[in-house]
Each structure stands twice: as C-alpha cells, then as structure tokens.
Design a protein around this ligand. Structure first.
Ligand code: C5P
Length: 315
C-alpha cells in the first residue's frame, strides 16, 4: 500500500492540513443488538461534498482549538474530542510523542448523523501521520480508525462503500455516477447511542419489526451505479429513522418539507437529525436548497454531491 505521507505537504510554518467529508447512509439496515453493545449493520455509505479540515502544527504536548459549526460548545476542545483521541492513538501506535497544536475548522454540524466527528478523526490521522513522519499505510490508519469509532474507517476511505459489522468493515464500490443531495440541518443534535437505544426499545415493545427497510443494499448499489435518481429515491431506507422520529417528532415536517421542495425522496441521515433529500441533478438540488432556505424548515440547508474522496492532505 502507498504511504499517505509526503514532506511536500508541510507548510512554511511547519503545519499540515487534511480534509475529510461528511457521509450519508443511503441505505441502513440495523440488525439485533450484539453482546458488546453495538449493532451489526448493513449499510451503503456515500461521502458527500461537505468537508471539515484539521490542521496540525509542531508543538510541545497536545492542544486543540475549534472554529465553525459547533465551536460555541457542542464540540469539545479537549480529550473528549475524537481528534485528540486520534492523536494519542497514532502516537502510541507509532511510538512517538503526542506533540501537536491541532485546529478543527468545521462545516459539518455536530451530532447531526453526518459523521462529522468521525471525519475530524480521520483527517487528524492523515495530517498527523505526515507531521510526525510516522509513515503509516492506509491499512494501518484503517485499523486505528476502527478503534476510534464505527464511522471513522469510512471517513478515511470515502467514496461509496458497503459497510458491515458495526459499520467499520468496508467494501469500496467504484462508481463514476454522481448523485446530488440536499441536506436539511436541524437546530439541535441527536445522541447516536440514544437513537440506537430507542430503536431497541421500540423493537422490544413490538412497536417496530426486526427491520423495516425496503430493498437490499445490493439493490441500492446497483441503482446508484447505473440507474436513474428516481430508482435510487425509491430505495432510500434507514432503520434509525423511526426511532429518530420517535425522539424528535418534528422531523416528520422536515421530511415533508424536503419532498415538498422538489426532492425525489428523503430520509433521515444516519442517527439524525439531518434530513437528506435526493435531487434529480445539481440544478434541481440548488433549486430545492433555495426553496428550503427561505422556508424555516431547517436551521441550515446545503446542496452537496457524492461520491467524494475520503480524508486526504490539502493542496
Ligand atoms: O462507534 P461509535 O462510537 O460511533 O458508536 C457510538 C454508539 O452508537 C455506540 O456506543 C453504540 O451505542 C451505538 N452504535 C451501535 N451500533 C453500531 C454503531 C454505533 O449500537 N453499529
């Protein structure tokens, strides 16, 4: 495997910057709770063009600052942040001191079902691997990524992939076909463990079947690679949507607003509360985003496309 590092990517001030994308689960089937507290999944991950960046400078010890989405307190700037944990993990793995001043510039909202924290962790691994000259392969970084969180390996790989296990086992799927999406971002986040717990509660109470998603991940991958956007729209499905709606009933209005503004189909992204709407093309996505921006249905609206690459050095 090629090394991800390159001294040419170190800036004049000694800094290294990496970007990583948000993700949408185009299809997400959640299987029963495992003994380790996680759920096995079958999911189709798509990396979309909403990027966070992480910059690392040489320094003594670790420090962290955050700007952009969630910088007002939703994103901790200390050892609770996955970026901090990524730095400590890589340093331990490589046998180097965890010395870096880190900065996250966030465009991906926190606790939104878009894997923003995972994107930051993946970008940190890539940036610090270059800053510290630790020469990890992508395979090494993927092993570290899986220890940080279920979605971090996909943030590293990007593109489009079938995810199994707790989401960390990936089969990349090559496609040249672009899909256009509108993200409707809610005011307040939802806790991922809380949404999984609500799913287990609803299933345990007999209020939800074992899985309610239509079609299979294979159907979705086939449609995403070759079919038209309408075919993909008919297959959008997410087992976490019902528990997210149970915890946040007003999300139903967001889903309706999305299709009402022209999206071919809409679903809750991951554990929510972001609503992802599939558009016919880039022009339709821009029109839907514009219609929604004035509607008050969401705190913020973004037109994005996928697939885009995973975490990589800037420049
Ligand atoms: O892996 P990650 O740290 O993102 O997971 C956060 C929480 O989400 C887990 O502690 C678990 O409660 C839940 N989860 C799950 N099954 C998965 C992924 C996450 O139950 N496949």
């Amino acid at each position: 495997m090629p090394h991800t590092t390159g001294p040419g990517r170190i800036g004049g001030d000694g800094s290294v910057t990496a970007h990583a994308p948000a993700k949408v689960n185009v299809h997400l089937a959640v299987h029963p709770l495992r003994e380790d507290g996680f759920h096995d999944l079958t999911t189709v991950f798509l990396a979309v063009s909403l990027l966070d960046s992480v910059t690392a400078w040489p320094d003594d010890g670790l420090s962290l600052t955050v700007t952009g989405e969630g910088a007002d307190g939703a994103v901790p700037a200390d050892s609770r942040n996955l970026v901090w944990q990524a730095a400590e993990l890589l340093a331990r793995h490589a046998g180097v001191r965890a010395d870096a001043a880190l900065h996250i510039d966030k465009s991906i909202p926190a606790a939104a079902g878009l894997a923003g924290g995972s994107a930051d962790a993946a970008a940190a691994l890539v940036a610090l691997d270059t800053l510290w000259g630790t020469h990890c392969t992508r395979g090494d970084l993927a092993v570290l990524a899986a220890q940080l969180g279920s979605d971090v390996p996909f943030s590293l790989v990007g593109g489009m992939a079938l995810g199994t296990g707790r989401g960390e086992q990936l089969t990349p799927v090559l496609t040249r076909r672009r899909t256009d999406w509108v993200l409707g971002i809610a005011g307040a986040g939802l806790s991922t463990p809380g949404v999984y717990r609500e799913l287990d509660r609803l299933r345990g109470a007999g209020e939800l079947p074992a899985s309610s998603v239509a079609g299979t991940a294979d159907d979705v991958l086939t449609a995403l690679r070759g079919g038209d956007a309408g075919e993909v729209a008919a297959l959008l499905a997410n087992d976490l949507q019902a528990p997210a709606l149970a915890l946040r009933p007003e999300l139903e209005r967001g889903l309706q607003a999305m299709t009402g503004a022209g999206a071919l189909g809409a679903l809750v992204s991951g554990s929510g509360p972001t609503v992802a709407g599939l558009a016919e093309d880039a022009q339709a996505a821009a029109a839907t985003a514009e219609a929604l921006a004035g509607s008050g249905a969401f705190r913020a609206v973004r037109a994005v496309h996928g697939p885009v690459p995973g975490a990589r050095l800037a420049g």
